[in-house]
Design a protein around this ligand. Structure first.
Ligand SMILES: Cc1cc2nc3c(=O)[nH]c(=O)nc-3n(C[C@H](O)[C@H](O)[C@H](O)COP(=O)(O)OP(=O)(O)OC[C@H]3O[C@@H](n4cnc5c(N)ncnc54)[C@H](O)[C@@H]3O)c2cc1C
Length: 464
């Protein structure tokens, strides 16, 4: 019996301790040792005798690294992703806090929509704040503690097949080629993954790629933080197209080593905050007072910019022929407009899909169809949340799905109601933090709640 996407999503989110079973494979090889690859390796360590992670960057190198150029930019760990991490690595929270991550419970988070402060949802889930290199380093530490996981520093160059079965990964270290034999291979090479080329070269079909051009421009800067325990550790301010501002939004987080990390974003030709003076001025002039307070601190280093051209997904699930012993995870499968902060949480849910697939006792000599079917639920959910919001941006050209005008009107009502109504905000937060399937926002009770909340907030105070 096949389950509805909402039920699959709920099952993937159900908190349960990791489970180590008798190994069902010898060696698993993960190509790409960033967040998605590390989390896949964690899951595989329960099912393989050994796990090898191949990455072109030195594994131990702390901080920014060339293989993850987006690492300089502000990264939010959504509560859905935090829950998954705690599940995969019991005690993650305490260890993260001990190494400088900052607590971000609901009361320490502030959220503005077009300058209006949103209600706090007191029982919302917790999360943590920290720089992207810190979050990745914390995950890597936990994974490399596992006795059957090791890393190899090399550039993967292709796959080895025996008929329809994947049997190894080719790599190159300083011009010297090598092969890592494998019973199971995971592609976690990020959004520029070469897997499609490798498949095509070996006579397989490449997956169809869907794209939505967003042309997003990010700018991130660090500031000295004087407060050890600031009242608010995560503050976000989103501008909708209604506001006709050239800044789409800004955010700042308390991060490790006594710093604030602040970000602002614009679309298309708008590139706000590229110089230190412009960054500080805009934080002061165009955002609520908390932003000006952060901008009043000493800026540490330069403003770092990043251009993100498109959201994209590769539809592996739709391929008729696909080798056995091979899956793809993380941004290599789907990478979204980063303003919604979904990437690392989606990667964690892909790891949950891998766990569910391997627990189901699959035939590893056959294509991992059940894995791709589970993963499709996660990708569809994240894709619909991010692309339906992006379609409201004036410069995004579509494609518009059927019924878009109505669904966009309903979403607009729900988003507006999140400013004043705790129940609607609670459900909305569960969806955007990837703990609930987006369909739950289509429930009549949620839509009615949103309409009533918006009516109440439009009514003049004397008439209430
Ligand atoms: C500007 C920006 C902001 C973002 N903000 C957020 C956010 O707020 N929250 C969030 O959750 N996500 C965010 N993301 C997304 C997030 O960065 C990714 O989703 C996350 O890093 C998981 O990606 P990944 O592990 O699949 O791939 P990546 O992090 O891109 O890593 C790919 C890895 O593969 C390795 N690799 C690639 N090719 C080879 C090869 N041939 N051989 C060996 N190794 C190879 C690379 O060295 C790298 O380590 C943001 C992204 C961008 C661009």
């Amino acid at each position: 019996m096949s389950l509805s996407p909402a039920r699959v999503f709920a099952a993937l989110n159900a908190v349960r301790p990791p489970e180590r079973s008798a190994p069902v494979m010898g060696r698993a090889v993960v190509v790409g040792g960033s967040v998605a690859g590390l989390l896949a390796a964690r899951v595989l360590s329960d099912h393989a005798e050994s796990v090898v992670i191949i990455d072109r960057d030195e594994a131990q190198a702390p901080g920014e690294r060339p293989g993850v150029p987006q690492g300089t930019q502000l990264h939010a760990l959504l509560p859905g992703g935090f829950l998954q991490l705690e599940q995969l690595f019991p005690g993650f929270r305490e260890q993260a806090l001990a190494q400088g991550a900052i607590e971000a419970p609901p009361a320490a988070r502030r959220n503005y929509l077009d300058g209006r402060l949103k209600v706090v949802v007191p029982d919302d889930a917790d999360s943590l704040a920290g720089s992207r290199p810190l979050l990745e380093a914390l995950i890597r530490q936990q994974v490399l503690r596992l006795p059957n996981v090791k890393t190899v520093t090399a550039r993967a160059t292709g796959l080895v097949f025996d008929g329809a079965v994947t049997t190894g990964v080719r790599y190159d270290v300083g011009g010297a080629p090598g092969v890592e034999s494998a019973d199971f291979v995971v592609d976690a090479m990020g959004r520029s993954s070469r897997l499609s080329d490798w498949l095509e070269q070996a006579g397989w079909d490449r997956p169809a790629m869907r794209r939505m051009t967003v042309n997003l421009n990010y700018a991130t800067a660090l500031f000295r933080r004087r407060e050890t325990n600031p009242e608010f550790t995560v503050v976000l301010a989103l501008h909708t197209p209604r506001l006709s501002s050239d800044v789409a939004g800004a955010a700042f987080f308390a991060v490790e080593d006594g710093r604030w990390m602040a970000m602002m974003a614009g679309y298309g030709e708008n590139r706000p905050g590229r110089t230190a003076a412009d960054f500080v001025r805009r934080l002061r002039d165009q955002f609520p007072p908390e932003f000006g307070a952060v901008a009043g601190n000493e800026m540490l280093g330069d403003v770092r910019t990043y251009h993100h051209a498109d959201s994209r997904r590769r539809d592996f699930h739709a391929l008729k022929r696909f080798p056995a012993g091979l899956v793809s995870v993380g941004d290599a499968v789907a990478s979204f407009n980063p303003v919604y902060g979904q990437g690392m949480t989606a990667a964690a849910l892909h790891a949950a899909c891998l766990s569910a697939y391997l627990r189901s006792g699959p035939d590893l000599g056959a294509t991992a169809r059940r894995f791709f079917a589970l993963q499709k639920v996660v990708v569809d959910a994240a894709w619909s949340t991010s692309t339906s919001a992006d379609l409201a941006l004036p410069h995004v050209e579509g494609p518009y799905p059927r019924g878009y005008r109505f669904s966009s009107w309903v979403s607009g009502q729900i988003v507006t109601a999140t400013v004043t109504d705790v129940a609607v905000a609670r459900r909305f937060n569960e969806v955007v933090s990837m703990r609930e399937h987006p369909r739950s926002l289509a429930a009549p009770g949620v839509i009615l709640g949103a309409l009533l909340a918006n009516r109440r907030s439009r009514r003049p105070a004397t008439a209430r």
